[in-house]
Design a protein around this ligand. Structure first.
Ligand SMILES: *Cc1c(COP(=O)(O)O)cnc(C)c1O
Length: 354
């Protein structure tokens, strides 16, 4: 493989003089801070919210470094994974010229973010078993293909992609390979984090939004070589992770045990849901899931979706998505929520004499 990071980064980004914040220019100990035009009197809130947060989120990265076993210099934090996705486009993709490849059906933000950045998004539909079509992929790659977006475990299909296929792409593609591991805590497969040093073209994205239960805080993580992380830091908005989020995430990251307990419980409830779904005659297929949601193929999916709405239950209707016709995506809820869902489905059967 002939990977050269400097051939991939956009010229304007290479030449960019980054914004230098007050906190960048002086970050040591001092008694009097008169450099950032904050309100020196305080705020209506207690504590230190009148001050700008650490732009490099060092304390938070220290915690993530321990939990994920990755050096701080290989970690970037975004305002949700969605910011990491957008910044990857801005680092590597020249509008109206470069292209990326996605494997639908997959997470919607790769395409939306590409469209916002005016980047051509090429599609290699997954195979019928929801695995990668490497032959189609090869036909789509050209000299302007900068990023291949891989989501594993994949949303909305729920399965993990074959490791050998991912490794084949990592070993043979000279551009950036992003692996979105939003659901990795629920998966039987291992994270690619331990392979970071083997692949200079690898970017792994994870999030605190799913297993960690912190979707409201907006913390996304990118793990990559220092060369790539340095460019992320060069172009990010200076204070992209706010102070309240940094404090709360630091606290949460001390509770790995509690999170692992919740993951186990969610997986057990998922297994129980699968068993019930398999007894429901209109459910034609329950796809295997390495995540905290289930994709099911069901007779008249849209009608079932609407019916569940009348019962106050919202699932995700994926029935208009290619390869997902008549499919609903259902998040594993609490015991009580799952029971409400099952009762509603049984009620649907009764009403329609099914
Ligand atoms: C939910 C999800 C995310 C999380 O995005 P955040 O912006 O971090 O909340 C990322 N990727 C996939 C595939 C997801 O399903």
């Amino acid at each position: 493989m002939n990977f050269e990071i400097n051939n991939l980064i956009r010229e304007n980004i290479k030449k960019l003089t980054p914004y230098s914040s007050a906190r960048d220019e002086f970050s040591g100990e001092a008694k009097v801070f008169l450099d950032a035009n904050e309100n020196s009197l305080g705020s209506p809130l207690p504590k230190w919210y009148n001050r700008y947060p650490d732009p490099h989120q060092l304390q938070l990265k220290e915690k993530i470094s321990i939990v994920k076993n990755v050096a701080i210099k290989n970690i970037f934090l975004g305002n949700g994974s969605d910011e990491c996705i957008d910044l990857l486009y801005r680092i590597f993709c020249e509008p109206k010229k470069d292209n990326v490849i996605i494997f639908p059906p997959t997470y919607g933000m790769y395409e939306v973010s590409g469209n916002i950045n005016d980047i051509e998004v090429r599609k290699a539909l997954l195979l019928d078993d929801f695995q990668l079509d490497l032959i189609h992929l090869e036909n789509l790659i050209d000299a302007n293909t900068k990023i291949i977006w891989i989501c594993s475990p994949n949303n909305p299909t729920g399965n993990s992609l074959n490791i050998e296929d991912i490794e084949f792409i990592l070993n043979n593609f000279n551009g950036i390979v992003v692996i979105d591991e939003a659901y990795i805590n629920f998966s039987k497969q291992h994270s690619f984090i331990s392979a970071l040093n083997d692949y200079p073209n690898l970017v792994i994205i994870q999030t605190l939004s799913k297993a960690w239960g912190l979707a409201a805080l907006r913390v996304g993580m990118a793990f990559a070589s220092t060369e790539i992380i340095d460019v992320f830091n060069k172009i990010k908005p200076p204070y992209n992770i706010n102070q309240a989020t940094q404090e709360l995430a630091i606290k949460a990251l001390e509770e790995v045990g509690q999170v692992n307990d919740m993951v186990r419980e969610l997986v057990a409830m998922k297994v129980a849901l699968i068993k019930v779904f398999q007894q429901i005659p209109i459910i034609e297929k329950v796809y295997s899931s390495d995540t905290n949601f289930l994709l099911i193929k069901i007779k008249d999916a849209r009608k079932v979706y609407e019916f569940l709405l009348t019962k106050g239950i919202v699932v995700r209707d994926r029935s208009n998505v290619k390869l997902c016709d008549n499919c609903l995506r259902i998040t594993v809820g609490t015991e009580k929520e799952n029971t409400l869902l099952i009762d509603a489905l049984i009620n649907y059967l009764e009403i329609n004499s099914l």
